[in-house]
Design a binder for this molecule. Structure first.
Ligand code: 4YB
Length: 463
């Protein structure tokens, strides 16, 4: 099924030219104005050689120039590889060596000159330069072409680059728009990074619906003013609830990226914020399952175009939103297993017709012969009102092999002792953390989720 007949902004510039496409701190931009700006940027990129088939690494934080460059590059026929500006050189260098982008557009202004040891040949630096609109000759709209390479946030080893076609990205958007009734009358805040599928998901839902996208540099509570939709990771919702005022126009919040504590959702609902729970991954172009929050811990059913099955306790996925493969050394490497499914590495089960995510297979460890699933303990700890975030990590132990350690982020003024005493009663002895530590404030800032690798390093340094 072809969902659109041209690049979406060109479609809307024809059908609803004066409707507001983008709302930024600098004011609104109509679809007509947006399409005209993208034509000029597209022509500018094409003049620099970034045209059909080119792979362009695009590095920067969310901003209007980043978004416009992204869309203009797609219109020029290039494939976009978004890079998180926080990726350390030790990760970036081997990645670029393996992905070999032809160009680099660096809005964080550090690369390629300031980074030693870049691959040879160094990707050519691309700049934002407008050319006359007439000079633009957009690439043909080919829904089956690869649009983006998105890096996974794998806990071990180098990130992998999931290659998504326009079609897959739009199918992903269609399922969510249908579930949440997101349409042209609504606005969605770009509340998550574009280098992550959670941010990209927002962009494709906006583009498919012909709705309004909100972009703001203001802190989240202010940025949400006037928005009807937002995507949040649970910690963002936590922080939002600490604020006295609530975003009046907000109709729906899509939560995801990590286990969604039912008590957090209940508190948000009580504050008048309607929550939707989602489960998704990079490889599935964000949301696979979703539901309007209820009082159950599940993430709902597969949205249209997706299929979910549980095999030996593991969540397997299939459908139109999956990546075509991982891009490596100039080729697509398969992502699906011999049965035709993508094995997620997440453990899950069906409960009352809803998928329940139980944790990552590779987080499981053994303590005195007992299996410890960190996420099971974490979800218990997060039911305590003082706990904003909880992580359970294994600590090597001669007698037990490993024992659980708790790393917590607490609301101000609360102590570890009170949480530990409360939790003792509710955990089996092998689940009881033998050490309790507070994570420093700022540890969770920046990236959308904490890597357990990073937590393990921090824990190591606390001995
Ligand atoms: C979960 C989980 C869940 C992911 N329970 N573990 O548009 C959206 O769907 C969205 C909205 C708000 C916030 C985030 C999103 C996302 O896209 C998140 C997508 C994501 O996190 N992708 S990822 O590749 O970085 O990580 C995927 C992993 O995250 C999964 O394999 C799970 O382990 C975990 N996860 N949603 C429990 N509801």
């Amino acid at each position: 099924a072809h969902l659109l007949t041209d690049f979406p902004w060109r479609v809307w510039a024809q059908t609803t030219p004066t409707a507001v496409a983008l709302q930024t701190d600098a004011g609104p931009l109509s679809w007509r104005a947006l399409a005209a700006r993208l034509d000029r940027l597209c022509a500018g990129f094409q003049r620099q050689g970034a045209s059909s088939g080119a792979l362009v690494a695009l590095r920067g934080k969310n901003s209007l120039p980043l978004l416009l460059s992204w869309l203009a590059l797609l219109q020029a026929g290039a494939r976009v590889l978004p890079l998180n500006p926080q990726l350390p050189p030790a990760t970036l260098q081997p990645l670029l060596r393996s992905l070999r982008p032809d160009f680099m557009l660096d809005l964080a202004e550090l690369l390629p000159d300031n980074l030693p040891g870049l691959p040879h040949p160094v990707p050519a630096a691309l700049r934002i330069k407008s050319a006359p609109q007439q000079a633009a000759s957009p690439a043909a709209w080919r829904p089956e072409a690869i649009a983006t390479l998105t890096l996974t946030s794998g806990s071990t080893g180098l990130p992998k680059a999931a290659a998504h076609t326009f079609q897959a990205l739009l199918h992903s958007a269609a399922g969510v728009n249908q579930l949440m009734n997101f349409n042209a009358a609504e606005s969605w805040l770009l509340s998550l990074p574009l280098c992550h599928v959670s941010g990209q998901g927002i962009v494709w839902r906006w583009l498919l619906a012909g709705a309004c996208l909100m972009l703001s540099d203001a802190p989240l509570p202010q940025a949400l003013c006037g928005c009807s939709f937002a995507s949040l990771v649970p910690t963002q919702l936590w922080r939002l609830l600490q604020q006295p005022q609530r975003p009046a126009a907000l109709k729906a919040t899509l939560l995801g990226g990590a286990a969604i504590p039912p008590d957090l959702v209940a508190r948000a609902e009580a504050a008048g914020i309607s929550c939707w729970c989602g489960y998704g991954l990079t490889e599935s172009a964000a949301t696979v399952c979703g539901k309007r929050a209820n009082n159950r811990p599940g993430v709902g059913k597969a949205l249209s175009g997706r299929e979910v099955r549980i095999v030996d306790g593991e969540i397997w996925l299939r459908g139109a939103t999956l990546a075509s493969g991982y891009w490596r050394d100039g080729q697509l490497q398969p992502l699906i297993n011999p049965h035709g499914w993508f094995a997620t590495g997440d453990l899950g089960r069906w409960q009352q017709d809803e998928l329940q995510v139980l944790g990552r297979k590779d987080n499981l460890f053994f303590s005195g012969g007992e299996a410890v699933q960190p996420e099971a303990i974490e979800s218990l700890l997060m039911r305590h009102p003082a706990v904003m975030q909880a992580f359970i990590m294994p600590q090597a132990d001669e007698e037990w092999g490993a024992r659980p350690v708790a790393l917590l982020m607490l609301t101000p003024g609360r102590t570890l002792e009170s949480v530990a005493a409360w939790a003792r009663e509710q955990l089996a002895s092998f689940q009881r953390p033998v050490r309790w530590l507070t994570l420093p404030e700022g540890f969770t800032q920046g990236g959308i989720k904490l890597s357990r690798q990073q937590l393990a390093q921090w824990l190591q340094a606390q001995q």
